[in-house]
Design a binder for this molecule. Structure first.
Ligand code: MGD
Ligand code: MGD
Ligand code: SF4
Ligand code: MO
Length: 719
């Protein structure tokens, strides 16, 4: 057996569970990843990504020197350059000078509204804090956002409206204390694998009852007492019908409602119409199942709700999330262990990037940008003249690209995101990218978006730098450098500091804000000075277990569950609801609903996992389709199929499976050669601005074998 030179403790760079890793290093090379049995988050368990998915850092396509495009790009005529021969290798000085020159030129000509940045939920809290600081303090813009907009934005907006805070209220592992838990819109086994183990243990070892509500027969259904196979987009009527039953049968917690909530009467009145019969018509779920679910959840001593994107990624995502929040308020299932409202956050550091201010309407700590007192607080901390910071809410991820035209956004800085795979309606996204005047990219690889860039700044991966991630249950955990970055790649925070100093010099305000950090810990301390939830975070207290925010003072043990006595907004608020159908409903031309999402082995646009050994396990795009639908269309297992929506068309292979329900097909969005987002609808939820990824309509037809994407080969993995 290889003897390691060192074993480094760090945090998994993939999902929001935040598993604790031990990285085994020999000769400055990672050769193995394990996890200790006493790891607080994951008890030594890892999924295939944490265990084997680290080798993307060694892939031959990794970029390790700064690059500038050889042919200067013009707005309206930009092209993608994946091949390194289309780029010139340059020094860091040249790359950073060039980036600063181009951005300052655009800013001085067009003003702050021409500038925008995508932050990165893969990068650390410290990286994100600095990048939003750069754009707010130097370019005076709030056009700062990240993938949270495409993710749980609706959950965040709904929780802010009802409670005043958006994070998970409880700790995922507390599920073993629940008598009943409701799981909806979350394919937990594939997307939060270690939390799914805790859920299975809750059922098997602790006798908890599980209610699954999902349009796909996901694996967790095997552990469920009740499974409600709903039609996509019918959440509001279904969960409101549960509320209807709970009210009618007197199962609500009157004391909790009276003492801790408001607006109950208006809410109860709006629930009148949501009878189980009405909900059955819309959701396709038998009324008796809805009544059983209501009784089960409503009469439990401790009941928790877990949800993910099936709720949020909808044109009525905010209402969907409110329908779940209403249920918890109605039954007083908040403020105790084993209860709560738990949106399972996706990226390793999406909670942290949001906390760190990578959002257009908020400074770090969810402080609204249009509140004078907040702006003054940050002006003081960042040494900016009074009135200097922009008081207007910025544009969101999707709005930034929509504004890519003369007079709108001209310069986009992308740190670790891939809109050309992750945004809806990619044919439209492509036009927006083409129309930008300047694009700077800070990533590990030239991904589909980076290929549009003018300049590429090679970043160090999580295994190559220090910092912190905040996981889905608000735990602040250390990220530690295990190996040196390859070539000239540098940690994100260092790149941002060097760039900021150059921009300041060009703007004639040298050293206006502070950029000379020696270690990420100094960045965290600065953020803690103005963000109460992080005020007590000290690197030395993150050993061996990081505390859960809020951590108001140094040495504070952290907060496993929230709202024991009060809610951030005082009383929690019930919201009356109406049913609104999806933006597109099936018709003769497009008879099937297309749901999109993930598989266990891959990550989003695939930049990391498809450049790792994980790709062998699931190498091609498969469209899940129910046997009845397949038979009707004359499609056999693994046949090539063409999937067509109003926006585009792709060819993939069919996976005939009862995991799909009749009328709903499912395509993962990981595969560039069959990009699901060429098909998806870019209609947005009016409040949260999140797109309808889970419910476009499509037509599926048999395709010819030669229509399969050229790099398709016989699937030999799990299928
Ligand atoms: N392997 C892997 N894991 C990941 C990721 C990854 O790319 N790969 N990404 C991470 C990220 S960023 C995120 S945000 C999470 C996402 O985690 P999930 O939300 O679990 O991911 P999806 O695959 O999008 O699954 C959405 C679920 O919602 C269901 N659904 C679809 N439509 C509806 C509806 O109308 N109502 C309801 N109630 N349910 C519906 C789907 O059937 C599916 O079970 O995963 C994280 N974990
Ligand atoms: N159809 C459909 N589309 C979706 C969704 C869906 O369910 N269906 N889900 C949406 C959701 S929930 C999300 S979160 C988005 C995700 O969308 P994105 O955030 O755009 O996708 P990722 O592929 O995770 O992009 C991460 C990038 O960061 C780079 N990276 C990794 N580590 C680092 C680092 O330390 N530093 C730097 N600088 N870069 C790094 C990776 O190489 C990669 O290029 O997709 C959304 N799009
Ligand atoms: S469950 Fe998430 S955090 Fe844990 S090993 Fe898998 S990807 Fe990493
Ligand atoms: Mo996400």
């Amino acid at each position: 057996m290889i003897q390691p030179d060192r074993i480094v403790s760090t945090t998994c760079p993939y999902c929001g569970v935040g598993c604790n890793l031990r990285v085994h290093v020999r000769d400055n090379t990672i050769y193995r990843v394990t996890s200790p049995f006493d790891a607080v988050v994951n008890k030594g368990n890892l999924c295939v990504k944490g265990r084997f998915g680290y080798d993307f850092i060694y892939h031959k396509k990794r970029i390790t020197t700064p690059l500038i495009r050889k042919v200067p790009q013009k707005p309206g005529q930009r092209t993608q350059a994946f091949d390194r021969s289309e780029w010139r290798e340059v020094s860091w000085d040249e790359a950073l000078d060039y980036t600063a020159d181009r951005m300052v030129e655009i800013y001085q000509r067009d003003g702050s509204h021409a500038m925008a940045v995508y932050c990165c939920a893969k990068a650390t809290n410290e990286d994100n804090y600095l990048l939003q600081k750069l754009f707010r303090a130097l370019f005076r813009t709030n056009n700062v956002d990240h993938c949270t907009r495409l993710c749980h934005a609706a959950s965040v907006v709904a929780l802010q409206m009802a409670i005043g805070s958006a994070a998970m209220s409880n700790t995922a592992s507390e599920v073993i204390l629940s008598d009943v838990f409701l799981l909806t819109g979350s394919n937990t086994t594939e997307n939060h694998p270690i939390i799914s183990l805790q859920m299975k243990a809750a059922v098997e070892k602790h006798g908890a009852k599980l209610i699954v509500v999902d349009p796909r027969r996901i694996e967790m259904v095997n552990w469920a007492t009740l499974y409600l196979p709903m039609k996509p987009g019918s959440d509001v009527p279904l969960f409101s019908a549960m509320a209807h039953v709970i009210i009618k049968e007197g199962l609500m917690d009157r004391e909790f409602i009276e003492q801790r909530t408001e607006n109950f009467e208006a809410f109860a009145q709006s629930m009148e119409k949501f009878t189980p019969e009405y909900a059955e018509q819309i959701s396709g779920v038998n009324r008796n199942l809805i009544i059983d679910a209501a009784r089960m959840y409503g009469s439990a001593e401790r009941a928790a709700i877990f949800w993910a994107l099936g709720i949020a990624e909808s044109t009525h995502g905010t209402a969907n999330a409110l329908s779940l929040i209403n249920l918890a308020l109605l039954t007083g299932n908040l403020g105790k262990p084993g209860t709560g409202l738990n949106p399972l956050r996706g990226q390793n550091n999406v909670q942290g990037a949001s906390d760190s201010g990578a959002m257009p309407w908020h400074y770090p700590g969810y402080q609204e940008v249009d509140v004078e007192e907040n702006a003054r607080r940050w002006e003081e901390l960042w040494n900016i003249e009074p009135g200097g910071l922009n008081r207007e809410r910025g544009l969101t991820t999707t709005e930034i690209l929509g504004a890519a035209h003369p007079g709108g956004v001209r310069s986009l800085y992308i740190m670790g995101e891939n809109p050309m795979m992750s945004e809806p309606n990619l044919n439209a996204t492509r036009k927006h990218m083409e129309n930008l005047e300047f694009i700077a990219v800070q990533d590990l690889f030239i991904n589909e978006s980076g290929a549009f860039g003018d300049v590429f700044l090679p970043a160090a991966a999580a295994f190559e730098k220090d910092g912190t991630f905040t996981n889905t249950d608000r735990r602040v955990q250390r990220v530690r450098k295990a190996v040196d970055p390859p070539g000239q790649a540098r940690p994100d925070w260092e790149i941002i500091c060097d760039l900021a100093a150059r921009i300041e010099a060009r703007l004639g305000r040298p050293n206006s804000a502070f950029w000379a950090y020696r270690h990420p810990e100094e960045i965290m301390l600065e953020m803690g000075r103005a963000v109460p939830a992080y005020a007590g975070v000290r690197y030395e207290h993150l050993e061996p277990v990081g505390p859960q925010t809020p951590v108001p003072t140094p040495g504070h043990p952290g907060s496993p569950y929230l709202y024991a006595d009060t809610f951030p907004r005082g009383r929690a608020k019930f919201h009356p609801l109406e049913y609104v159908p999806n933006a597109e409903m099936p018709d003769d031309e497009y008879p099937l609903v297309l749901s999109t999402g993930r598989v266990l082995e891959h990550w989003h646009g695939g930049t990391m996992t498809r450049n790792s050994s994980l790709d062998e396990l699931h190498p091609v795009a498969l469209l899940d389709i129910h046997p009845e639908d397949a038979e009707r269309l004359g499609i056999c297992h693994l046949d090539p199929v063409r999937i067509t929506s109003r926006r585009g068309s792709v060819v993939a292979r069919a996976k005939v499976t009862e995991k799909a329900n009749v009328g709903v097909v499912f395509l993962p969005f990981h595969y560039r050669e069959a990009a699901a987002n060429l098909l998806t609808n870019d209609a947005l939820d009016p409040q949260a601005k999140i797109p309808e990824y889970k419910a476009g309509v499509v037509r599926v037809t048999k395709a010819r074998w030669e229509e399969l994407p050229t790099d398709d080969y016989q699937p030999r993995g799990r299928y």
